[in-house]
Design a protein around this ligand. Structure first.
Ligand SMILES: [Zn+2]
Length: 75
């Protein structure tokens, strides 16, 4: 893996964004991906997106009402 291709987060602790290549080392531009509830799931790209999504249960990426293990404060 060529680490020079891998990007990093820039910005502040409150607003950060990924700049550069994906963490998988493909050299393709990486971007943050989120599940259906907007929970941060990692960095992905065209090369590894399918692999990343397959790590999550069906529905997690598409259905906001999926069963969550942590309590959600609706207030
Ligand atoms: Zn990737």
């Amino acid at each position: 893996m060529d680490n020079s291709k891998i990007g990093r987060f820039e910005g502040s602790r409150y607003y950060r964004y990924w700049v550069g290549g994906c963490r998988c080392g493909s050299g393709k531009p990486g971007r943050e991906f989120f599940d259906a509830r907007g929970i941060y799931c990692g960095i992905t790209c065209d090369a590894c997106r399918k692999d990343n999504q397959s790590r999550w249960a069906p529905g997690v990426m598409t259905d906001p009402s999926y069963a969550a293990s942590e309590a959600v404060d609706e207030d």
